[in-house]
Design a protein around this ligand. Structure first.
Ligand SMILES: C[S@@+](CC[C@H](N)C(=O)[O-])C[C@H]1O[C@@H](n2cnc3c(N)ncnc32)[C@H](O)[C@@H]1O
Length: 344
């Protein structure tokens, strides 16, 4: 194949025993070659046969080139199609009033117009669509093609497969960069550098996350009993939290907050958000955590047993028989807001 970026699409068929897929040692070499033959907007797709499933993995050239530059700092725990589906169904969206606090910060620090927001690590777009109400357009990016495939279509939101460390927007073009429950997965110093590059002068950065120890309440029930059962569920899952995160993500945010070199920045430690959901929805939310998904891959029987046992214990403590029973979940958000100085 001649070099010079003439090719729009590369397909790789990975068939057991035939050795056609890129092997580990050859992968780097292959990616270098792919980079040279693909057009700037060209795509690569890899078809893998895994038991009875066929997986299609495709990346745009922008993420392909950045993949090559990335070190071992890539944590791709949100790739499965089923995980993406669970995400879309159960994931907690940031509440409107938290989004409003972010928008108020941009209004106060930078002022209008609100042309472009960039939502990085957007998953299936839960937060991106909320930003779309406030900004003329939103670019929402995620490293996972499966998440982007599931993302919610809204006219002024454009979804792209792209890494946080190599953002797909021009320098000085963005009013607001957000990362909602995603920043802890990134190569944080590189992402912060990229966010700085793409932000307009006085543009703002918002990093949102919530702690995993969500609290459960139901009128007429002892919340201590319910939360003791939930805590056992969380403790069992903590063993499967990625080593990259440590036991909890909050210190990573605090550390990055200290490192952000903007004088105009704010740390918000706890914003409680109550949501009424069916008990099965609460269990679904916990099952969408990467720690549960890791256990599910390692030991699906144990993962199922754990969530069924937790559901049954909670139902028995509430003296109900249906997982559709409504419960109130208290989610505790923490967040960072920062404003890029007018002059570098
Ligand atoms: C916990 S999910 C959050 C999704 C969504 N923002 C939300 O609020 O539900 C984290 C997302 O970050 C994405 N992600 C992880 N590392 C990334 C990286 N280096 N670049 C871009 N996205 C990344 C994952 O694929 C996943 O969809």
């Amino acid at each position: 194949m001649p070099k010079g970026r003439t090719c729009s699409y590369i397909a790789l068929m990975k068939t057991t025993g035939m050795g056609l897929g890129p092997r580990r040692l050859q992968k780097k070499l292959f990616l270098t070659e792919a980079r040279w033959v693909l057009r700037p907007s060209g795509c690569m797709a890899q078809l893998g046969f895994d038991h009875d499933n066929v997986h299609l993995h495709s990346v745009e050239t922008s993420s392909l080139t950045s993949d090559m530059r990335r070190s071992s700092m890539t944590y791709r725990l949100f790739e499965g199609k089923q995980h993406a589906e669970e995400y879309l169904k159960f994931r907690v969206s940031p509440p409107d009033h938290l989004i409003q606090k972010v928008v108020d910060f941009v209004e106060k620090k930078k002022g209008r117009p609100f042309d472009l927001a960039l939502d990085v690590g957007c998953g299936s777009g839960q937060g991106s669509v909320l930003l779309a109400k406030h900004f003329a357009s939103v670019v929402a990016t995620d490293i996972s093609p499966a998440q982007i495939e599931m993302a919610m279509a809204v006219p002024n939101v454009t979804y792209k497969v792209s890494t946080a460390e190599d953002l797909p927007t021009p320098s000085g073009s963005v009013d607001l960069v957000t990362a909602m429950s995603a920043f802890h997965w990134f190569d944080r110093p590189r992402f912060l550098q990229e966010a700085h590059r793409v932000l307009k002068p006085r543009g703002c950065l918002a990093l949102l996350n919530y702690t995993l120890n969500m609290e459960l309440n139901r009128e007429g029930c002892c919340s201590d009993t319910l939360n003791a059962i939930c805590e056992e569920f969380y403790v069992a899952l903590r063993k499967h939290v990625s080593a990259h995160l440590g036991t909890t993500s909050k210190p990573l945010y605090q550390e990055s907050y200290e490192a952000i070199p903007y004088p105009d920045k704010e740390w918000h430690d706890c914003l409680r958000v109550s949501k009424t959901v069916p008990l099965s929805g609460f269990i679904g939310m916990v099952e969408s955590f990467s720690s549960y998904q890791t256990l599910l891959k390692k030991d699906p029987v144990e993962a199922r047993r754990l969530s069924d046992q937790t559901t049954n214990r909670l139902m028995s403590a509430m003296k109900v028989t249906s997982p559709d029973t409504e419960v109130v979940v208290d989610v505790k958000y923490f967040y960072v807001l920062a404003c890029k100085p007018a002059e570098d």
